[in-house]
Design a protein around this ligand. Sequence first.
Ligand code: FE2
Length: 315
Amino acid sequence: MTADAGLTAEQLAFFRENGYLVIRDYLSPEEVQSLLDETYSLLDNFPLESHPLTRFTTGDGDGSDTQHVGDEYFLSSGDKVHFFFEPDAVVADKENGGAPKLLRPKHLAINKIGHALHMKSPPFERVTISRRNAAIARSLGFRDPRCLQSMVICKQPGIGGAVPPHRDSEFLYTSPPSAVGFWIALQDATPGNASLGMWPGSHRGGHIRRRFVRVDGGKAGTTFVENDGPTLAKDVEGTTGPDTSNMEPEILSVKAGDLVLIHGNVLHKSDKNTSDKSRYAYTFHVIEGADGWEYDKRNWLQPPEGGFSRLNAAL
Ligand code: FE2
């Protein structure tokens, strides 16, 4: 695939059929290394003293917590680089009035870094706002693709938290749905270290039944509500898909540098990382910014001044 070629007909057909697509060796080893170096540097250098010790929890029956993260540090991270801790890495320190205390060095305690690496970190911006990503988005039918919610997910050895089954458009809802995830392995991700689990074809008829929204404009955190808007992206309108209730997910095996495209309606998850190997991945999302698609004002992540980053700026 050349830089501006976009997807081949075969790749596009696979994506349409399955709701995801793996593109091997999308980033060069040098590009992957530049992102790992940047990640290590970010993890080493963020100040713990001024950090609120916000833990990342999905609040979706994963056993870690009952409430999804929704504090100011989280809600204001859409145009910043913030650091979210693994729930299992932080305890209440009884000897210190219940203040949060880290159980391991901070660089081994972070669940994810987000959500504007594509705006605030030059190495991540380079691999995000790029001609080849714009070409892929064009292949997928986007007219004015906008980037948002970029993050490094660390999946720390032993404690890297599970991400329960979900569809990405639940979190980045446009009317009608349009989100597509770009997920790039920065380290090998295999069934042994909590790789992505996909339900192939589940984007067809994969209705967005619930949405992740701010409560009272964010003053009262976040919650899931029933979706009363359109539930399917235009490319899967009127489709029906497999019954996922008794279907096992397909656990992907990908190498550092591989890209996985994830349809916003496809059901996917990842397990807790119980192995002794970390599983760093960089992911960002694209939504349609053209007329005819409306970004929802209740979404947890709201656009920065000037709007979400135009992927076509790279063209
Ligand atoms: Fe996802």
